[in-house]
Write a protein that binds this ligand. Structure first.
Ligand code: ADP
Ligand code: MG
Length: 252
């Protein structure tokens, strides 16, 4: 099994508060690793460090053996890491298709356009990007809504739109922060099968989520955080039976 992401002794302080404390874990190529724990456990902070939104206070993050902690300003999407956020990040007055295409501009052509690529190939590139965005909209079941303004869509559809946006960059690792929050049972089930398809296509997923049915049915392994520390790691079954996890999180 090949390690894709490796996190070692990762820590983050906010003022005097240690939000993440010497956390170790890895994500293998093509697996779904779930990161769970009570509110305030440090899950979003871990995702923020892995996606380069904030720097770690201490520790190492390696992606495909390449250290990400030492150099600032990486193009994370170009490297193969994309994410969704705990709160929706959508452009209400843009169409669904345009919202999804935003996910590509981070990766490919923005710099090519600005440094004088000729118009013909720029148009070709734009068309290819649009095709890929349409394919992902079809994958998440939003084809028919692609010309609608994002602001007119219900919440559950916007969540799916964000996943399409993260996938058009064709990441090797997809980071998801509570993607099922606020979704109903059917929407959550649809999203679970979406994640399984994404994994089968070879993209690994680091999933922060509270929906235990989702986690237990799709995660290959689970890492549990509590007050910034890793308190357990194992298969869904091992985690469900772990006394420390039950006391800190599952017991209530
Ligand atoms: P989770 O996602 O597991 O609910 P977070 O990673 O959001 O937890 O937060 C972990 C801890 O770090 C919490 O105590 C939170 O208040 C604190 N924290 C997170 N982000 C910031 C920030 N930008 N400034 C100060 N404190 C923060
Ligand atoms: Mg969070």
């Amino acid at each position: 099994m090949t390690t894709l992401l490796e996190v070692q002794a990762l820590s983050r302080d906010f003022g005097g508060v240690r939000a993440v404390d010497k956390v170790d874990f890895s994500v293998n190529e093509g697996e779904i690793l779930a990161l769970i724990g009570p509110n305030g456990a440090g899950k979003s902070t871990v995702l923020n460090m892995v996606s380069g939104v904030i720097p770690p206070s201490e520790g190492e993050i390696r992606f495909s053996k390449q250290p990400l902690t030492k150099v600032a300003g990486y193009d994370y999407a170009g490297l193969g890491i994309t994410r969704t956020f705990q709160n929706l990040q959508t452009f209400d007055d843009m169409t669904v298709l345009e919202n999804v295409m935003v996910g590509m501009h981070t990766k490919s052509s923005a710099s090519l356009f600005s440094c004088g690529m000729n118009l013909g190939s720029a148009r070709k590139e734009e068309r290819l990007m649009e095709e890929r965005a349409k394919e992902w909209l079809a994958q998440v079941g939003l084809s028919q809504l692609r010309t609608s303004l994002a602001g007119s869509l219900p919440y559950g559809k916007l969540r799916l739109m964000e996943i399409a946006r993260a996938m058009v960059a064709e990441p090797r690792l997809l980071l998801l922060d509570e993607p099922a929050a606020g979704l109903n049972h059917t929407e959550t089930a649809d999203m679970s099968s979406m994640f399984q398809k994404i994994r089968e296509n070879g993209t690994a997923i680091l999933l922060v989520e509270h929906d235990m049915d989702m986690i237990m049915s799709i995660a290959d392994r689970i890492v549990v955080l509590d007050q910034g520390e890793k308190i357990a790691e194992g298969t869904p079954r091992e985690i469900q039976e772990n006394p420390r996890v039950i006391a800190a999180y599952l017991g209530t």
